[in-house]
Ligand binder design. Structure first.
Ligand code: NAP
Length: 338
């Protein structure tokens, strides 16, 4: 039996081209006691993976050349010598871009999937890591109050779409920002945001002023750059800015020199409450978030959309597309039929 996997072949300068990735095929070893064999069905592509490719320390160590690309996948246990998993169990595994994974059953990077919370692919999106990021970032750091105004960009994406819909559930006025008319229409008409502005069509500052007549109380930061510069002057006294990421800068040739949301926010006269967070700060409450998100999805109060590509060999191109906004909803790669 063979495992296909993608390694980081060299560090990118700017957008990662094909020379940064190497697809290889290796034998799947015999299982040892305590191990499981996972057949991967879905691979998740996420913006943070770009940061891991830089030789820069962040909240986790960077990838080294020759390492398997970081990433989370969802699959099924096809053989088990671990008491924690049985053949046929569904799970997510944070073990990189590969098709057949051998892991210790007690590895904390494996999480059992409860099918009651949604389809397997949703455990990489709306009820998985991005959904939980929205849940904790908004509720713990955004501290939303009914009647307030929230703005979130990358609003049709995996995290942004959930941020806005939870904020609607909590009674806020919600304004999304997204790239292009089609995404904006979806965010308003399908996801039920009060408004959605296309940052690519110009005058974002003016449009925001009109869409947020009472100013902005929470800005959930996903993108940075020109969007943050347009939002910043409209932040009210006492505003909160959970800094989740700033994807507009991830392909910069030198990330260490990129303008960050912190540079923009700290230059304001009234500096809002803001900090960077990582979803792993709340690992002990992941179950709670997944169940709550699953319940909201079942009740039809949270909707989601997936952008599905096929085949591990296409992951690099799909990953480039994600960082350019070619995805429409959670970006997944279908690796094998369920
Ligand atoms: N802190 C954490 O624990 C954590 C966890 C998960 C994700 N994140 C962060 O959350 C953010 C969203 O991630 P996601 O997984 O939900 O991805 P996503 O929104 O599904 O996809 C990325 C989106 O970013 C937008 N984008 C790309 N370049 C842009 C630019 N120059 N200006 C404005 N928007 C741009 C594109 O949407 P448009 O077409 O609408 O521009 C694209 O679809 C990222 O910053 C990511 O790093 C953080």
């Amino acid at each position: 039996m063979k495992n296909q996997r993608i390694l980081m072949a060299q560090r990118p300068v700017g957008e990662p081209d094909d020379s940064c990735f190497q697809l290889e095929e290796v034998d799947v070893p015999e299982l040892e006691d305590g191990q499981v064999l996972i057949k991967v069905l879905w691979l998740s592509l996420d913006p943070y993976m770009r940061g891991r490719m830089n030789d820069m320390k962040s909240y986790v160590e960077p990838l080294q050349i020759g390492d398997v690309m970081s990433g989370e996948s969802a699959g099924v246990v096809v053989e088990s010598r671990s008491p924690r998993f049985q053949k046929g169990d569904y799970l997510t595994a944070h073990l990189g871009w590969q098709t057949m994974i051998v892991a210790r059953g007690d590895d904390p990077r494996l999480m059992k999937v409860n099918p009651d919370n949604g389809p397997l692919s949703a455990h990489l999106g709306v009820v998985g890591m991005p959904g939980r990021t929205a849940y904790f970032g908004l509720l713990e750091l955004g501290k939303p109050k009914s009647g307030e105004t929230l703005v979130v960009a990358a609003a049709s994406g995996a995290v942004g779409s959930v941020v806005g819909q939870i904020a609607k559930i909590k009674g806020l006025r919600v304004v999304g920002i997204a790239g292009g008319e089609e995404k904006c229409r979806y965010v308003k008409e399908e996801l039920g945001f009060d408004d959605c502005l296309d940052y690519k069509s110009g005058d974002l500052g003016e449009k925001l002023k009109k869409a947020c007549p009472d100013g902005i109380d929470i800005y959930f930061e996903n993108v940075g750059g020109e969007v943050t510069r347009a939002v910043a002057p409209l932040l009210n006294k006492g505003a909160r800015v959970p800094v989740c990421g700033y994807v507009s800068k991830y392909n910069d040739e030198d990330m260490s020199k990129a303008e960050t949301p912190f540079d923009i926010l700290r230059a304001l006269d009234d500096v809002p409450e803001h900090r960077f967070f990582v979803v792993t700060e709340w690992t002990d409450r992941w179950q709670e978030a997944t169940e709550q998100l699953g319940a909201w999805v079942k009740e039809g109060r949270i909707k989601y959309r997936e952008s599905v590509g096929e085949g591990l060999e296409n992951a690099p191109e799909l990953f480039r597309g994600l960082l350019r906004g070619r995805n429409f909803g959670k970006q997944l790669v279908k690796i094998a039929e369920e």
